[in-house]
Design a protein around this ligand. Structure first.
Ligand SMILES: Nc1nc2c(ncn2[C@@H]2O[C@H](COP(=O)(O)OP(=O)(O)OP(=O)(O)O)[C@@H](O)[C@H]2O)c(=O)[nH]1
Ligand SMILES: [Mg+2]
Length: 301
């Protein structure tokens, strides 16, 4: 009798890049659903998030990371730190470049940090938003700057070039047992995911700097006898003035955030839900360790 062992392949691909380059849009497009929140604002993603994609019989574990920018506060430092950690654990690195911004200093900086990465790939993203003539000079510049396995031209938003890219990434996955149960597609705790959907709406409806100073925490989820979820979340702000803004005149803004988030939760999970939002002032939340560790971020004293 002959036993034939089938080989399996599995590996981590860190998606890194400047903030707002489209990393989360890309991971969502790859997974075909919203696993990571997206906004037009910078600094949306706050922690690393893993999603498992099978390409044929090869397992690709994508890690979405917070965008890289110059950190000013403790939270910023933890976010950028998480992105750098993802780099060191990765079997392949996919650097996402916003083609509409060209090759910026942040990109150059990241290319020096990844110079020892054997499987370095670049995705020139948002090609739907620029004229094709601008792409070739960027490709040439990138090739001069670093040893890159392949440069893809993609639109994460329009799903252009993404499949070809997946096939290429699959070819460098190392031989390994499957590191994740293939059915278990997204590795993010439910409470965090629910909080993220609400935070996304805060980024959508509240302007300027304020969203960066807000945290959302899911405190409790109950299921009633009809299977309807009661989700209790606190929106943490740093001052009474901020609280007033989030609540809005006559509670209107908070209501808008809540309704939109509830619809999204229902759509994403195919459930019925009631969302109970409370706004709390915790002046010092950015210096409380738990607010970092709950999201999988490292808290540095
Ligand atoms: N035109 C165009 N816009 C895109 C594309 N991909 C992403 N965007 C937009 O770029 C903005 C930022 O997208 P995100 O996916 O949140 O970017 P990110 O890199 O995850 O950002 P951070 O989490 O802040 O680091 C959003 O407004 C997206 O709709 C694309 O292929 N084309
Ligand atoms: Mg993101």
């Amino acid at each position: 009798m002959v036993f034939r062992m089938t080989k399996t392949y599995s590996g981590f691909i860190a998606i890194i890049g400047p903030t707002n380059a489209g990393k989360s849009t890309l991971i969502n497009q790859i997974m075909g659903r919203k696993v990571s929140i997206v906004s037009h604002k910078v600094q949306t993603t706050r922690t690393n998030l893993r999603a498992v994609k099978m390409v044929g019989d090869k397992q690709l574990i994508f890690v979405d990371t917070p965008g890289v920018f110059r950190p000013k506060r403790r939270l910023d430092t933890a976010m950028v730190g998480a992105a750098m950690d993802a780099l060191s654990d990765a079997d392949a690195v996919l650097l996402v470049v916003d083609a509409t911004h060209g090759i910026t200093d942040t990109i150059r900086n990241l290319l020096t940090k990844t110079q020892n990465t054997e499987n370095l790939f670049v995705a020139l993203n948002k090609v739907d938003a620029i004229s094709k003539g601008n792409l070739l000079p960027m490709v040439a510049e990138l090739s001069n700057l670093a040893k890159i396995k392949e440069i893809f031209m993609i639109s994460a938003l329009k799903n252009d070039g993404v499949n070809e890219m997946l096939n290429a990434l699959a070819t460098v996955m190392p031989e390994s047992p499957y590191l994740f149960d293939a059915a278990d597609a997204v590795d993010v705790p439910d409470n965090l995911y629910l909080a993220e959907l609400t935070r996304e709406k805060i980024y959508k409806y509240i302007h300027q700097e304020l969203p960066y100073h807000i945290n959302v925490v899911t405190e409790k989820v109950d299921v009633d006898p009809d299977g309807v979820l009661d989700i209790y979340q606190k929106i943490v702000v740093q001052s009474d003035a901020h609280k007033k803004i989030v609540i809005g005149r006559g509670g209107e803004l908070l209501k808008k955030i809540g309704t939109d988030a509830r619809h999204d939760i229902q759509d994403q999970w195919g459930v019925n839900a009631r969302l109970h939002l409370f706004v709390r002032v915790e002046e010092n939340w950015e210096n409380v360790a738990e607010n970092y560790t709950d999201q999988g971020l490292e808290f540095k004293k």
